[in-house]
Design a protein around this ligand. Structure first.
Ligand code: ADP
Ligand code: MG
Length: 249
């Protein structure tokens, strides 16, 4: 007798939705040197993925591909099932609906904290009371509501990175990209900000790719850890350690 396949009993049918991010056979070269070698990667919606690997393995290059700052030589990148880059096409960064924060904060020095955080919203045409409300809500989330009128130079490194984080999340982007955002900070600050970021990212529920060479950070923040080596993803682990502080060795 043929036993029918188990279909999940009374469970509701799963509606397949496309992954937030999908890379298919993405390659890139600097000159004739291959830097990304046929990378395949899928990030489901709402997943925080750490991209972990040694210096020079291609992490930043891969993140810049997602950001639209570099273009793949071949292969395909899709967001929510929509192709954003291929060997012949690349959607510009401002049309990808992303939030980004990098190692060097990259705040505009001549603008106040409020103006820095407002910028992504203004780019999307948000004005007036709604603009101010969203800016203050984002600053509140990173604990800097009282610093809105300051200039970046009047803030500590940790505070500047919090501003960069507020700017990344303020427009509620569909994907957040981070490139070693904590690596310029000293160890104590790095640990506390890392835990704050882990909490914030889980509250937001936004799909995120977090590049780091620090496995403690990866374990503190991510749902999944993609191990990168010499331009390829060697393996992806589920991170079950993120509920306890991984800094306590
Ligand atoms: P990671 O972020 O993992 O440290 P990168 O993606 O920055 O690595 O760099 C991957 C490799 O590509 C390294 O060998 C690096 O030297 C090289 N590389 C990065 N950017 C450039 C560039 N603009 N021109 C030439 N080589 C580059
Ligand atoms: Mg890098």
């Amino acid at each position: 007798m043929n036993i029918p396949a188990f279909t999940g009993g009374n469970a509701p049918p799963r509606i397949a939705s496309p992954p937030a991010i999908a890379l298919h056979q993405v390659s890139h070269f600097f000159g004739s040197t291959p830097v990304l070698n046929h990378v395949n990667l899928t990030v489901p919606k709402g997943t925080i993925l750490a991209l972990l690997g040694p210096s020079g393995c291609g992490k930043s290059t891969l993140l810049k591909m997602l950001a639209g700052l570099l273009h793949p030589a071949s292969g395909q990148i899709s967001f929510d099932g929509e192709i954003v880059a291929s060997g012949t096409f690349s959607l510009p960064p401002e049309r990808r609906n992303l939030g980004m924060a990098f190692q060097d904060y990259a705040l505009w020095p001549h603008m106040s904290v409020r103006q820095n955080v407002a910028f992504p919203l203004q780019m999307r045409g948000v004005r007036g009371a709604l603009l101010q409300e969203k800016v203050m809500a984002a600053l509140d989330r990173v604990g800097l509501a009282d610093f809105a009128s300051r200039r970046p130079s009047e803030l500590s490194g940790g505070q500047q990175q919090r501003v960069a984080l507020a700017r990344a999340i303020v427009a509620e982007p569909r994907i957040l990209l981070f490139d070693e955002p904590l690596s310029n900070l000293d160890r104590d600050l790095r640990e506390s900000l890392c835990e704050e970021m882990a909490t914030l990212l889980r509250q937001l529920g936004t799909t995120a790719v977090y590049v780091t060479h620090d496995r403690h950070e990866a374990r503190a923040l991510a749902h999944k850890i993609a191990h990168m080596d010499q331009g390829a993803i060697a393996r992806i682990d589920l991170n079950d350690a993120s509920v306890v502080s991984p800094f306590v060795a």
